[in-house]
Design a protein around this ligand. Structure first.
Ligand code: NAP
Length: 279
């Protein structure tokens, strides 16, 4: 499954939509100077620029106290030119990540990590959901992979990927199993999967003998190794799987396209074109 090509098409479609909507502002907050986070932020900005979304780059030093990070989020909440807010994780230890996520106005929460949006997803009333799981679902949709009644196994239970993706798959009528680092006999679960998603950051974890012939395998993992970028899925899985996403060029570009989609969705909520649920 070609993520780069599909993401390019989605960005093209968004471009037309954005032109009709007027100004859209996407603010990113980076605390500290983690090089990987810096690369991710740059990619997101470049993609935003290309489709006509104004990317607003907010950076704070690594030693920023909790309260100052919260103040910046409040400022962005108040700023009418900002439609979406993304706080890049991980945050430095002195900052309470959960508190920062709670502070983001849910209507601008393009990463879907505010408990309101996470709760909406849990309740099956999706509003803004995290971009990586949305990108994975777009892959399945594009390649016409049936989800209703399918057995889906998600390896990884993070708040950003594994858990929200499991909820989206459930909403799409799959029978979902969530595995993690304490799961015993991982292969016993993965071998039953029609759709297998690996989101662990453990390079090569999923080997060909763990995959059912004809399964769809989505590799979310990206790990920098001395041999280059590696996914969670061993390349030999291609001989067993019917569909497999490459690393790089798979879920990565789809995540960015889905983030831009979320920024557009947030702008629609803010302008009243879409109704955002409020108490
Ligand atoms: P995370 O917060 O570190 O979570 C990793 C999850 O994998 C945890 O639930 C962990 O289990 C589980 N896990 C780790 N090793 C395992 C093993 N050997 N067997 C079974 N489960 C295992 O990471 P994340 O944010 O979800 O990201 C996961 C991977 O996806 C990373 O490589 C990340 O770089 C990549 N990623 C890619 C994109 C993209 O755009 N392509 C976006 C986000 C993330 P426990 O809960 O028990 O610890």
């Amino acid at each position: 499954m070609d993520g780069a090509a599909l993401a390019a098409r989605i960005r093209q479609e968004l471009k037309g939509e954005i032109a009709g909507l007027g100004h859209i502002g996407l603010a990113t907050v980076l605390v500290g100077d983690d090089p990987a986070s810096d690369i991710y932020i740059r990619r997101k900005h470049r993609a935003a620029d290309e489709v006509g979304i104004e990317a607003i780059d907010k950076r704070l030093p690594a030693t920023t106290p909790d309260e100052e990070a919260l103040e910046l989020v409040e400022e962005l909440n108040e700023d009418d030119s900002v439609d979406g807010i993304l706080v890049q994780t991980p945050l430095p230890d002195q900052i309470d990540e959960a508190r920062v996520m709670r502070a983001i106005d849910p209507i601008k929460d393009v990463d879907g990590l505010n408990p309101f949006n996470a709760g909406q997803l849990y309740l099956g009333r999706q509003t803004l959901a995290p971009a990586t799981p949305l990108g994975v679902m777009q892959f399945l949709h594009e390649y016409k992979i049936p989800t209703t009644g399918a057995r889906a196994v998600v390896v990884g239970r993070s708040a950003l990927v594994g858990k929200p993706l499991s909820m989206l798959l459930l909403q799409a009528n799959a029978t979902v199993t969530i595995c993690h680092s304490r799961t015993q006999e991982l292969a016993r679960h993965t071998l039953g999967a029609d759709i297998l998603v690996a989101a662990t950051g453990s390079p090569g974890l999923i080997t060909a003998d763990m995959v059912k012939r004809g399964a769809t395998v989505v590799d979310v993992g990206i790990t920098r190794t001395p041999d280059g970028l590696r996914g969670d899925v061993d390349p030999a899985v291609a001989e067993v799987a019917a569909f497999l996403t490459p690393v790089p060029g798979g879920v990565g570009p789809m995540t960015i396209a889905a983030l831009l989609g979320n920024a557009v969705r947030a702008a629609r909520y803010r302008s009243g074109l879409l109704a955002f649920p409020r108490i």
